[in-house]
Design a protein. Structure first.
Length: 162
């Protein structure tokens, strides 16, 4: 989708731009996705009002994703241990997956967590007006939530087993 340059605008003789706005296409080209990428964030104020996809992410986001997935795995292991000790799962979706066995429980838990992380990553620079925050801050909240759950499970393990 190329737009034609506006004839009323005079360009300097050494102008290299074509006049078309390459930001009109919100999807990154495949070569940038596969080979290190180019877009990491929105630079212009006018761009921050629009939806855009990115193909580069900061080390901080990567660390947050690793932490969330790690805490999810630890949560699953502690949950399975506590269930063996006589506890029960309060989450109805996860309780249903327990009927398939520990492996099914783990796969469902990891799949749900991974899917949520990918969705948060895609929309990480979206501003939620009702909450007054960017979705990238959700990563911190999820880490805090999983941290609280794992801490609670450690407390329960200490109560039942020692």
């Amino acid at each position: 989708m190329a737009s034609t340059p506006q004839p009323s605008v005079k360009r300097p003789p050494n102008e290299k731009r074509s006049g078309s706005d390459r930001r009109k296409n919100g999807f990154p080209q495949l070569k940038y996705v596969l080979f290190r990428g180019r877009r990491e964030r929105q630079r212009r104020t006018s761009d921050k009002q629009q939806f855009a996809l990115y193909d580069r992410y900061s080390p901080r986001i990567f660390a947050a994703i690793v932490a969330i997935l790690f805490l999810s795995v630890v949560d699953a292991m502690f949950t399975l241990f506590l269930i063996e000790q006589g506890s029960r799962e309060l989450n109805p979706i996860m309780a249903l997956s327990l009927k398939g066995g520990p492996f099914t429980f783990f796969v469902v838990k990891y799949s749900l967590t991974s899917t949520a992380v990918v969705i948060f990553l895609i929309f990480k620079n979206t501003y939620i007006r009702r909450l007054g925050l960017y979705t990238s801050s959700i990563f911190s909240w999820v880490i805090a939530l999983f941290g609280a759950v794992v801490t609670w499970e450690l407390f329960l393990i200490a109560l039942c087993c020692y």
